[in-house]
Design a protein around this ligand. Sequence first.
Ligand SMILES: [Ca+2]
Length: 72
Amino acid sequence: MRCYVFAAIAALAIACGGGGYDPDGPDRNCSDFTSWEDAQTFYEKAGGPEEDRHRLDHDGDGVACQSLPGAP
Ligand SMILES: [Ca+2]
């Protein structure tokens, strides 16, 4: 029974994950991304400036990981 519940939650997470973002996944830091575009895409999927649950945008201007190559 427990496995069934976990499977249902996983399916829901995939269905509602906004294009692959897993809110229960590991914390991510800017150093986990090789390019700014990847970090920005992840940041927006994770809720963007309203949530920023991974703290990728410390100054809150809506642009994540400005230290990465390719940042505007
Ligand atoms: Ca920023």
